[in-house]
Design a protein around this ligand. Sequence first.
Ligand code: MN
Length: 289
Amino acid sequence: MTPIARNVTRVIDSVSTLEGGGFPVRRPFPVAGLSHIDPFLLLDHLGPVTWAPRQAIGAPAHPHRGFETVTYLLEGAMQHKDSAGHQGKLTPGDVQWMTAGAGVVHSEMPESRFYETGGVMHGFQIWVNLPAREKMIAPRYQEIPAAQIPEWRSDDGAATLRVIAGEHGGKRAVIATRTPIMLMHAKLMAGANVSIQVPAEMRAMCYVIDGALAFGANRERGNAGQLALFDAGGSVEAQAISAGQFLLLAGQPLNEPVARYGPFVMNTHTEIRQAIADYSEGRLGTIAA
Ligand code: MN
């Protein structure tokens, strides 16, 4: 049986805002009236922004508890440090999948050489919720260099998909996700089509990085900075009106209460108060100098 191609039910515009120490992001959610799209809690499109030497801004030390942060870099260089003594570096095409679980304090900053020279920074941060039973698990990092991310290519070469999470066309991601998630970066030449099988139990959405695309069986147009939400069904279809790129996000909804306050996402306000207390009293640790 061929799964039914999904329709687009809604196209959401991003808001432009500043995050961390003051770097520019476009954010389709959370925004007023749309706190999350279960199981995703946040989608931030950082830049592209051109920094002059010694001007680049990141996110100094801050905590997280109760979910996962996914950082995907397209241009530039980032470095992070955390309260568990972990350090890492991200260059174009790399992914960091951090399971904050019970909590970490970390910094996400421009890499020192990039900071000195300046240049273009461009990337994404996605927050993936954890189910109640996993919110307090030990933190974990998965750092995947660009070369380890499988790439699917259409027979004519007009469409490519980087498979960051999930599976497409026999290419299976190397990242282990706590809940069933698909995350893919599609690049389409003008006129190219792609059809991505998404399991029926997952919610699906596509965020347009650049270009103009038509999504879904109903061919709704999505432009740069817009997020197309799909209804239930099977495949996600996209056609490039002009050459374009998008991110596909899909995941199985948790259907649990969401209590969120800044960098903490739990199920109840009591758990949020506990997270704030644990952080303010130093129980989430500190980053060593
Ligand atoms: Mn963070």
